[in-house]
Ligand binder design. Structure first.
Ligand SMILES: CC(C)(COP(=O)(O)OP(=O)(O)OC[C@H]1O[C@@H](n2cnc3c(N)ncnc32)[C@H](O)[C@@H]1OP(=O)(O)O)[C@@H](O)C(=O)NCCC(=O)NCCS
Length: 202
């Protein structure tokens, strides 16, 4: 679940995120114009969207969103990185993930995989790598993620990546004809740094 709260514009210098970001099995890279057919395969899947605020896009909306995403790569200062998730072996695009700066010292994390690729540990790999890249390269103190209540796999992904529950947000957003209660998870820089030195038992 992505936050509806958006940060005021950043006044600091553009903070780069070194791309691509490689995990043991995945590559998180900028989207390319040729990626649209692969995005189409998961972006309208009702199973994938069950715990996501946004509705399934029409074809026209999908194309507009994709063009916006490509343009966003040029933003300076850049505060949002929506990245393609690609299997390193075979280079198949299997989903997307996102890091968005919220103000000066926070960022928010999100991820979405095609349902064929669930339960292989990819979500955990993505969240761990994105949090690591964010803390390594951006001057942020806190990373957060919002999860629809009852979205157990996403909660577990965050816990395995070192996040901990910090708030229950009642009626956080209204979307798809209902109110959404969400749980907020956070990872603070100091906790991430300790974890990096001493990886937590999984
Ligand atoms: C959420 C999502 C990214 C999880 O990715 P994933 O690659 O399946 O997650 P992982 O394989 O890393 O699994 C992480 C943990 O969740 C558990 N898990 C996976 N699916 C589960 C389910 N349906 N119910 C309960 N636990 C589940 C796994 O067993 C694993 O825990 P374990 O190692 O203790 O066994 C994926 O389901 C997805 O893309 N969903 C659609 C989009 C979405 O909802 N995004 C998140 C919005 S907040």
């Amino acid at each position: 679940v992505k936050s509806l709260r958006r940060a005021p514009s950043l006044t600091g210098a553009a903070a780069p995120l070194p791309l691509p970001i490689d995990t043991p099995r995945l590559r998180l890279r900028e989207f390319l114009a040729r990626d649209l057919p692969a995005v189409r395969r998961y972006a309208s899947d009702p199973d994938v969207l069950e715990h996501v605020l946004r509705e399934a896009p029409t074809e026209a909306q999908l194309q507009q969103q994709f063009e916006r995403l490509l343009r966003a790569r040029q933003a300076r200062p850049r505060r949002a990185w929506e990245l393609a998730v690609v299997q390193r072996r075979g280079e198949r695009l299997i989903g997307t993930c996102e890091l968005v700066r919220l103000g000066r010292s926070e960022a928010e994390l999100g991820y979405m995989l095609g349902s064929r690729y669930w339960r292989r540990g990819y979500g955990t790999e993505i969240a761990t790598a994105l949090a690591g890249a964010g803390f390594s390269c951006l001057p942020i103190e806190r990373m957060r993620a919002l999860v629809d209540v009852g979205h157990d796999s996403s909660r577990r992904v965050l816990e395995k990546a070192g996040f901990r529950w910090c708030a229950h947000l009642v009626r956080h957003a209204h979307a798809k004809q209902r109110w959404w209660d969400c749980d907020e998870y956070e990872l603070r820089r100091a906790e991430w740094a300790v974890r990096r030195v001493t990886p937590a038992a999984r």
